[in-house]
Design a binder for this molecule. Structure first.
Ligand code: NAP
Length: 253
């Protein structure tokens, strides 16, 4: 593979599905050696196999981002196979929809453990590599719902707003080390998560209504997010850090 990321190692969490899958495929096309990390190890294997079949370089690892030991084990394997990590995309995420008064403390903690603490674990596990190299790119996938709010999703929206604040603070801390940290808050991207929500009747209005409310009049594609992610991971995005990089068809401006 030729491309701007040749010689760089990228880790993509949630890489087995939807946005993470598209990011893994895109970074591999740009030349990175990609570690596809996901709770669903078989699906991660499938994505890694697709990348290799296309001529790219990939490795699949089953992980739970909420479990620090699982992440540390995975990063050790990435080191052994590919070397130090230069690019991290945190896309692993879990949705939830419940009336506020029905959210148990356990459900609240579980969701934050994946969406927010998982992002913390993964960053902390790979930042030493980036500091050592004096170069790194971190892209955290948050959610446009952190701007707009979303009824029945207080735990989800709080976790994603946390990712945005985390990104801004980490960017300030790591900038002097040559590491950029940005967040993409997607909105309405056609992935298995979106289709699950539709099936469960979690949209207050129909899909067509939401498309009509989107200025570009379509759902997002995982590749739309992957393109922005690839740019933020590139050398030429080195002066962009701490930013909330909206990719949402104009739903939030
Ligand atoms: P997706 O298709 O469901 O992909 C998410 C992936 O993350 C799945 O493969 C899932 O595995 C994995 N995952 C879940 N919990 C994990 C854990 N604890 N450890 C490791 N992997 C885990 O969803 P998506 O739509 O691509 O979402 C990707 C990210 O974008 C998420 O953070 C989501 O919140 C965010 N987002 C999406 C949209 C949208 O419109 N699609 C909008 C805003 C934000 P399992 O399937 O086995 O659970």
């Amino acid at each position: 593979m030729a491309g701007t990321l040749v010689g760089r190692v990228a880790v993509v969490t949630g890489g087995a599905s939807g946005i993470g899958r598209a990011c893994a495929q895109r970074l591999a096309r740009d030349g990175a050696d990609v570690a596809v990390l996901d709770l669903d190890a078989d699906a991660a294997e499938g994505v890694a196999a697709e990348i290799v079949a296309e001529g790219g370089s990939a490795l699949a690892l089953g992980v739970d981002v909420a479990d620090r030991q699982s992440i540390d084990r995975a990063v050790k394997e990435v080191h052994e196979r590919f070397g130090p990590v230069a690019v991290l995309v945190n896309s692993a995420g879990k949705e939830g929809a419940k009336r506020f008064l029905d959210i148990t403390e356990e459900a609240w903690n579980n969701l934050l453990a994946v969406n927010l603490t998982g992002t913390f674990h993964c960053c902390q596990a790979v930042v030493p590599d980036m500091v050592e190299a004096g170069w790194g790119r971190i892209v955290n996938i948050s959610s446009s719902s952190a701007h707009s709010g979303q009824p029945f999703m207080t735990h989800y929206v709080a976790s994603k707003a946390g990712v945005i604040g985390f990104t801004k603070a980490l960017a300030l801390e790591l900038g002097p080390s040559g590491i950029t940290v940005n967040t993409i808050p997607p909105g309405f991207v056609d992935t298995p998560m979106l289709r699950r929500n539709e099936k469960l009747g979690r949209f207050v209005q129909s899909m067509d209504y939401h498309i009509a409310q989107t200025p570009v009049r379509r759902t997002g594609r995982p590749e739309d997010i992957a393109a922005a992610c690839a740019f933020l991971a590139s050398e030429e995005a080195g002066y962009i850090t701490g930013q909330v990089f909206g990719v949402n068809g104009g739903r939030n401006t």
